[in-house]
Design a protein around this ligand. Sequence first.
Ligand code: ZN
Ligand code: ZN
Ligand code: ZN
Ligand code: ZN
Length: 338
Amino acid sequence: MKTGTCRCGRRIFFNNHSCLACEAILGRCDECRSLTSFTSHGEHAECDVCHTSVHACENQNFHVCRSYVSDADKLCQWCQFTAVTPDTSIPQQVSQWATMESAKRRLLLELHRLSLPPYVDNLTESHPLSFLFLADTVDEQGNEKRIITGHDQGVITINLAEADSVHRERTRVELGEPQRTLIGHMRHEVGHYIDWAWAMQVDPEGYHALFGDPQAIDYSQAMDHHYQNGAPENWAENHVSAYATMHPWEDFAETANLYLDIMAIATTANDQDRAHFDLSPQADMPKLVNEILQIVVEASEYNCDLGLAPLLPEQLPPAVIEKLAYVHSLRRHDTAPA
Ligand SMILES: [Zn+2]
Ligand SMILES: [Zn+2]
Ligand SMILES: [Zn+2]
Ligand SMILES: [Zn+2]
């Protein structure tokens, strides 16, 4: 993640909300889109970069956001993507919501930076994107309504329980996943969004050649088959995960998830002056992947030193790199064909 700079010169990290050195208020300015410090003037504040007079995003009332906007009583650009928020009278749901919004902001910032798809704002009319953060409920008759995490035509639903680390770890073990994170869920689901809103608009032929034709395979049959029989033994030769073998849609979403993971690591490495990766749409993807994997091997060693999971797979087969290059190529289309 890119860092910002406080007016005192200290670096600002994504989750900081006040400067440890000069105690300035920190956050993201909706006007100039900087991660910066603000000068407080009672009711309002002034952005230290663009000097606009700003107010706290309305969601700061619930401590789920750190943005500042020019109009009072308005939501910031990031909070506006959330169509349904949890029940704010339940404190546990508010804290889970804050965890959701933090992961969502990280995701949207990355999509914005990569223009993948050409920023989601520009698809508002044809392919709007929104998020629903919902909890399982039980009605008066004792009927349970379970929320299924997933994507449907631009609407990403995430079960609030996924913000709970105990729930995530239990599910991870049950499903035999190497990792289960909130940002990973968001990247996977937005992968389905990119598939629907962009890949299918600009390059369906390239998609079919690599992932298969999703319309030719019945999704619910494919799901039943996957949960009954598991993935083929040689899945790692062509797929990024066992789950990706289930259906072309899941293959694309898992690949997009890994692409966003790789670009996030590369952005951090550049921002920390650790590397000078070319992250433009024209960048050579196989070369970039190989360079990032060297960082992954090193960082995974640090993780193992502390008993944590490896960062990402340390090797990727040529077939997966080709699929990653396809996701990357989607950034070279700046307008969809009519
Ligand atoms: Zn400071
Ligand atoms: Zn500003
Ligand atoms: Zn906000
Ligand atoms: Zn999926």
